[in-house]
Design a binder for this molecule. Sequence first.
Ligand code: SAM
Length: 286
Amino acid sequence: MSFEPREGGPRRVGQVKEITSLSNPIIKDIKALSLKKHRDETKTFMAEGLKLVLDALELGWTIRTLIYSKAAKGKPAVEQAAARTVASGGLVLEVSEKVMGAITRRDNPQMVSGIFDQRYQPLASIHPKKGETWLALDRVRDPGNLGTIIRTADAAGASGVILVGDTTDPFSLETVRATMGSVFAVPLARASHDEFLNWKKGTDAALIATHLAGAVDYRTIDYKPKPVVLLMGNEQSGIPETLARAADKLARIPQQGRADSLNLAVATAVMLFEARRHLLTLDTRG
Ligand code: SAM
């Protein structure tokens, strides 16, 4: 099979490479994307599923490699994705199911996966405006939590997520899976603690930090007058003193029962939907 690039694309015809061997060097490279070191070096990551790949292309993400299993060959949507991959200079691979399973580390793998360029928004380019809610996550460690939070931020209409300090990789397979595609929709930025504190000084956003010892009930805060940056703490240790001191408010979600605290992703969902309650209606879904 070959794909003609769309009009305006590079003037070359891309050939599909068929691969059935697990020891093929291209497959070895793709498998190495399960390692953060290799993702960092190549600044790429993998996302699984035809819908995700098509959504990512629609949103303008750069695809490096499209991989599909033999069973997907000839499906119009797969051919469309392949043509777009070729048009942007990427590689198209048709692989056996065994190879697809090895790449995605699944027994029943999706029929399509894509390798995309990673993308971070520079912190300095973020200027929160009224009606915007940004989420800042201090040293989030659990990939499932981070993916769930990115998905929740997307659903709540947050403007983006700032990863503060040493966090788990948003582009790991586990996190990307948990985002259910929202990794392509939610801008991500990263910052050290100092960079985040300096950035905060330069914005007129209200920094609302969540804290188990917070004096303010999160439901009593007025989230309307200013843009909001919601700061959530590390799963084990919460937020450090330096960040807590910089907060305009320390908010707490009242609890009953024996649990010490809420799971980070659950607490984030509660806070985000409260902070954006005045902005969300059943019609806000565009
Ligand atoms: N042992 C940690 C501590 O003392 O902060 C618990 C951290 S908790 C599992 C992770 C994060 O979820 C917290 O830093 C906070 O951002 C948020 N969180 C969980 N329960 C909360 C609550 N009841 N009120 C406010 N934030 C909460």
